[in-house]
Ligand binder design. Structure first.
Ligand code: S6P
Ligand code: ZN
Length: 203
């Protein structure tokens, strides 16, 4: 791991990716249960296991004070009418923010808070998105062909809680309707379970 000040390129040329320490790939098979149209999901999986998105990042100690930076690349495509998207997550340390800067493509960042608020912000080249602490986030590529490429920065100790979204989904979905992205309610969204605590029962 680098222990002196350093710089790197985010020029989007293929060879620039070599400057990152880690490369994570996410295929359709890792997104089971996340897309609404399960028939379209199974049919697509039967044809192969397409690459939905990739993340390149610079390794840093996962501690407060550090920053983790990298590139997220969501490829273009749809499962049924729903655009390719990232899994989405809360940060495990909920009180940590994140910044995204869009370099290429077009898309939406879908966000929601545990308190029930939600938001969708456009991801367009040249725009910075500030995600405050507590907001889960999922990036969605709404272009028909072009990759959605974003640069991200988040605190080293943030960590990732994927389980909450895997179990409940996001409150909203982004689907193509009449050739355009449209935000609708997720019919499968489930409210958080109420924790009953350890009250003793007499049976
Ligand atoms: C991490 C940050 C991004 C995402 C990436 C992939 O906090 O938000 O690096 O990891 O966009 O999304 P996901 O939901 O699979 O981590
Ligand atoms: Zn994040």
């Amino acid at each position: 791991m680098r222990n002196r000040p350093f710089s790197y390129r985010i020029t989007l040329e293929a060879d620039a990716m070599a400057e990152f320490d880690q490369h994570v790939v996410r295929r359709l098979s890792s997104m089971k249960g996340q897309f609404l149209d399960e028939q379209a999901y199974s049919a697509m999986l039967a044809q192969g296991d397409p690459l939905l998105y990739e993340v390149y990042y610079v390794e840093r100690p996962e501690i407060a004070g550090e920053l983790i930076t990298g590139l997220s690349i969501v490829h273009a495509g749809k499962v049924g009418d729903e655009y390719f998207m990232t899994k989405g997550h809360f940060h495990a340390v909920l009180e940590t923010a994140e910044i995204y800067y869009t370099l290429r493509g077009e898309g939406l960042m879908l966000m929601e808070s545990p308190e029930g608020d939600w938001a969708a912000e456009e991801l367009r080249p040249g725009r910075v998105l500030y995600i405050p602490p507590r907001w889960a986030h999922r990036s969605i590529n709404t272009a028909s062909q072009q990759d959605l490429v974003t640069f991200f920065v988040y605190p080293g100790h943030a960590g990732h809680d994927y389980g909450t979204i895997e179990q409940r989904g996001f409150r909203k979905l982004v689907i193509e309707h009449d050739g355009r992205p449209s935000i609708c309610d997720n019919p499968r969204w489930r409210p958080p379970e109420v924790k009953t605590g350890s009250v003793a029962r007499g049976w």
